[in-house]
Design a protein around this ligand. Structure first.
Ligand code: NOJ
Length: 653
């Protein structure tokens, strides 16, 4: 009798609970868009098995992957329960087919979250982030990120692994191209702008995507600028230098973060509970999730803190990494770790809730599919191109303009020389997502268009980017002899910066410098156009050039804005966000320290004078201290001289 009563009461309670958990139409509560997100999450998690929970915490890849650092076996048989996929295709149909499988063939119909590296644009490629920071115009960067979000979301991507806000002070590190330079404050300001641009007012908007602050934290401190290596970071440096941008990004509402590859003074970031739980979740109250970097969980074995994949899974998960990017550690071991009691189920639930929260906020449960659209409707829209052009204009930094040689007026013949002149591919930089070389205007094409009624343009390649072949010098010199001025287009190939692309020197390859030396002998004015993904060592080139314009990797706008600066149509306004050291040996280096050192003592200004290319010092000091634009001989007012504090992005320390 007693038992019967208990059973009766239990069944009453279950009916009540299931009534509560169902909306008006009889559908489960978590599927009811009118219910608050937190209730929907709780309801859904209460229905999930351990295996289903674990699957939400795994990320695999789908589609074409042409990033040499991230090649993986194609995962043909994507499980319907998978939490997330890196989506390499730009075709929304493929995404929708996978999504349909998850919505219809998994028991609970949980949508997949599609992520992708949209670093400086999706198809409309903007200047690399390091260049963007030189615009000192976060509002413009926000608008560029909004364009990237619109193109991505309309193509089936819900989540970008961007912005990278790793403070970087060693130009040899190839990833310096992907962040906003050497200063924590600058990284914070632009990181916030990027988050706001990507995420918009409401993540569920059909043109918004979730942001991911990366790489948390201290990746930029990689020893010697070598990628993926050890970092030695004291608590003071961690807080003073590396964490500030992340705190700002979290406060701005960034949905996710990516843990970094590096070992931080003996504890890899991916197994760093202090960082991922203590600071991020407890202190900053972040309620989204952390994804590991690619293979970073299994890397814990190589970093010496885990004996095998299972221990690696345990360490990363209990430290606070919720999603496993391409490690296959969580899917193989997490359920077992929970069953053995090594990982509390409450922690598993918390992790799943964090992932689901982002999916709910993106509106994926209610609108899981990407609406059909043509490429013309989503890519390279006129307003997107205008932003790309303006950002390239404002990113270019005039490093030197001796005797006001620029802008170029009244010349009849200009020789355009150098390996960068007719390249469109290298102008896009690394991480070009779905960008295409043919979308980019070469420096030569931009110049030809700009000067068509003003001067005749001739062209010689002169030499390759590197190597020993000087056979092109003769033609270049004879062209130079005929010209009134020489535009020498030098720089780095796109693949010389970015992930796993560190260099041991900041100099351009000797062959490029030698070409300039030969051209100098003609006595004609030498104007250098420098395209690179890092600061350069320019000591020798500075001596033999009359003007130097750092154009970075300007993206698809390419030569058009650069030509406008040369003709005087555009007044250059970019200012360096990273120091150009006088010699590579001065790395790691940052201007502010050099300036402080010089201002404190008059006895050591030698260091200050010779540590940095002098023109750069002047430009930077004008901005930082005097806040006046450099008087580089351009007529009229600077087009924009606002400090980024004027743009409403101030982030108080
Ligand atoms: C590795 C890189 O470090 C990271 O920045 C990127 O987002 C992932 N691979 C995914 O491609």
């Amino acid at each position: 009798m007693k038992n019967k009563n208990v059973i009766y009461l239990l069944s009453l309670a279950l009916t009540g609970a299931s009534l509560l958990a169902h909306g008006k139409t009889g559908t489960p509560l978590y599927k009811d868009p009118d219910q608050p997100i937190e209730k929907r999450i709780d309801d859904l998690v209460s229905r999930m098995t351990i295996e289903e929970k674990v699957m939400q915490l795994n990320q695999l890849t789908l589609g074409r992957n042409d990033n040499a650092n991230n090649m993986a076996d194609p995962v043909n048989d994507i499980p319907a329960e998978i939490g997330s996929l890196i989506y390499f295709s730009s075709n929304p149909d493929l995404r929708n087919r996978i999504q349909k499988k998850s919505m219809e063939q998994s028991r609970l119909g949980i949508p997949v979250l599609f992520g992708y590296d949209v670093i400086h644009g999706y198809r409309t490629i903007f200047p690399i982030p390091l260049a963007q920071a030189c615009s000192w115009n976060p509002d413009l960067v926000k608008r560029a990120c909004a364009v990237a979000a619109q193109e991505s979301r309309m193509s089936g991507v819900d989540w970008t692994f961007s912005p990278m806000i790793d403070v970087a002070r060693d130009g040899r590190w190839g990833r310096i191209a992907e962040g906003y330079g050497e200063d924590p404050y600058t990284n914070a300001i632009f990181g916030v702008a990027a988050v706001k641009g990507y995420q918009g007012e409401n993540l569920a908007g059909s043109k918004n995507i979730a942001a991911c602050l990366k790489h948390f934290a201290g990746y930029g401190a990689s020893e010697g600028g070598r990628d993926y290596t050890y970092t030695e970071i004291s608590r003071q440096t961690l807080w003073d230098t590396y964490l500030l941008p992340y705190e700002a990004g979290v406060k701005a509402g960034a949905a996710t973060l990516m843990s970094s590859f590096n070992d931080i003074s003996g504890t890899p970031a991916t197994a760093n509970r202090y960082l991922l739980t203590g600071i991020l979740k407890k202190r900053w109250k972040h309620d989204g999730f952390v994804v590991s970097d690619w293979g970073a969980i299994q890397q814990l074995r190589a970093q010496g803190v885990a004996a095998d994949r299972k221990e690696a899974a345990c360490k990363a998960f209990t430290a606070g990494v919720e999603m496993d990017m391409m490690n296959q550690c969580y899917d193989r071991h997490l359920a077992e770790l929970v069953q053995e009691g090594q990982v509390p189920e409450s922690l598993l639930d918390d992790a799943v809730k964090r992932v689901l929260r982002v999916k709910f906020r993106l509106g994926l449960f209610d609108n899981p599919y990407t609406p059909a659209s043509t490429e013309k409707e989503r890519f390279l829209l006129p307003e997107s191109l205008a932003i790309a052009e303006q950002l390239a204009e404002e990113s270019a930094v005039l490093l030197k303009n001796e005797s006001g040689i620029l802008p170029l007026t009244g010349l009849s013949k200009i020789a355009v020389i150098g390996p960068m002149a007719k390249s469109n591919w290298h102008l896009l930089g690394s991480w070009r997502a779905q960008g295409k070389a043919e979308d980019a205007v070469t420096l030569f094409d931009g110049l030809e268009h700009e000067f068509k009624n003003q001067a005749q343009l001739t062209y010689a390649r002169g030499c390759d980017f590197d190597g020993e072949d000087k056979s092109g010098f003769v033609e270049a010199v004879s062209l130079a002899d005929e010209a009134d001025a020489l535009l020498v287009c030098l720089g780095e190939k796109a693949q010389w910066s970015g992930e796993n692309a560190s260099r041991s020197t900041l100099s351009l390859p000797r062959i490029q410098e030698e070409l300039v030396m030969e051209l100098k002998k003609t006595g004609k004015p030498v104007i250098l156009l420098l395209s690179s993904g890092r600061p350069l060592e320019l000591a020798r080139l500075e001596k033999v050039s009359n003007a130097m314009l750092q154009v970075w990797q300007p993206g698809i706008a390419g030569g058009k804005p650069i030509a406008g600066i040369l003709s005087g149509r555009i007044n250059p306004s970019g200012k360096l966000a990273v120091t150009f050291p006088y010699a590579t040996g001065a790395n790691p280096h940052l201007l502010q320290r050099a300036a402080e050192c010089a201002s404190r003592t008059r006895e050591v200004p030698g260091y200050y004078q010779c540590a940095v290319v002098r023109v750069c010092v002047r430009a930077q000091l004008h901005h930082v201290r005097v806040r006046r634009p450099p008087a580089f001989g351009y007529p009229g007012k600077m087009r924009r001289q606002a400090h980024y504090r004027d743009s409403g992005y101030e982030y108080g320390r």
